[in-house]
Design a protein around this ligand. Structure first.
Ligand code: ATR
Length: 287
């Protein structure tokens, strides 16, 4: 129910219509009986500063931030939590009486989702595909969790920059590999964990994958952060190889759960969030 005291939360980005976050967060507010509501607001790139003034003026209590604002918003907030400053990108904002603080829950969300499926990640060897916004957050969190990391990205220089930043922060070596089949195959052969943090395989490119079944092995855990579709080509190939697969729903839910915890200080009911996301996907005929 919306009342005179309802606290408002919002997703800002462009586009936002397809987002699952409103369904997920409103389900939590309802389940916990919180007088809060969550909406998706399309904010064009050039309107970001105005939108932030609006957030302050209207007292919007918290935000999720998505493409194309994740990096640019970092420069206009009052403060950045360490999770956002190390990565250089923000996906969550908390508004405390007009003071806006940026957080990044993507990396910790990805690690939590994986650990929930396969146990502690410390000591495992991972190959991470990507060096964009999502991959950057995940790379920092994987190394923080004690993972031995290899980064594979089409644009080598982006992977080099990311590796250097992670090495500087944690003092551990990060390996690099190209995305051509042979080199990638060798790296995957030595890995326990493979994570796709690129947009490869995302609708409409549903038949794209960097690795095929013959390059994967039993005992490998393969995680795709893409959740549209849920069963990506990568995960289908992984299954054929007898590898264990983890789809993108876990990270989506866990990053949302961590955002909820940032805003409210309360523990998020994961099952409620999962149920809401699945219900919404089913409603759209995507599950
Ligand atoms: P996000 O914020 O979702 O991570 P992004 O910053 O645009 O999005 O990053 C997209 C990632 O997918 C990048 O790692 C990109 O590789 P480049 O750094 O070389 O651009 C990767 N990517 C997207 N399409 C790709 C493709 N067809 N082949 C290889 N890599 C691709």
């Amino acid at each position: 129910m919306i009342s005179g005291k309802t606290k408002l939360f919002a997703l800002i980005g462009d586009p936002v219509e397809q987002s699952l976050s409103p369904a997920m967060h409103n389900a939590v507010f309802k389940a916990l009986g919180l007088d809060c509501a969550y909406v998706a607001l399309r904010v064009p790139k050039v309107m970001l500063a105005d939108a932030m003034a609006g957030v302050r003026a209207l007292g919007i209590a918290g935000l999720n931030v998505t493409h194309p604002h994740k990096v640019s918003i970092a420069g206009i907030l009052d403060e950045l939590d360490e999770s956002a400053s190390s990565v250089g990108a923000v996906n969550t904002v908390k508004n405390e009486r007009g003071k806006l603080t940026g957080f990044n829950t993507d990396g910790a969300g990805a690690v939590r989702a994986l650990e929930r499926e396969v146990g502690k990640l410390a000591g495992r060897r991972a190959v991470l595909f990507g060096a964009g916004g999502a991959a950057r957050a995940i790379a920092f969190s994987l190394v923080q969790a004690g993972v031995e990391l290899t980064i594979a990205n089409r644009t080598a220089v982006k992977a080099q920059v990311l590796a250097a930043e992670v090495e500087r922060k944690f003092g551990t070596k990060v390996a690099l590999v190209g995305i051509e089949r042979r080199a990638l195959g060798e790296a995957v052969k030595r890995a326990d964990l493979l994570i796709n943090a690129t947009t490869i395989g995302m609708r409409p490119n549903v038949n794209q994958t960097l690795v095929t079944a013959d390059m994967m092995h039993r005992g490998l855990v393969v995680n795709d952060i893409v959740y549209e579709p849920l069963q990506t080509k990568l995960l289908r190939e992984a299954k054929r190889a007898g590898a264990r697969t983890v789809n993108g729903l876990g990270m989506l839910v866990q990053q949302g759960a961590l955002a909820f915890e940032v805003w409210t200080g309360k523990r998020a009911p994961i099952k409620v969030m999962e149920g809401a996301v699945k219900r919404e996907l089913r409603r759209r005929g995507r599950l």
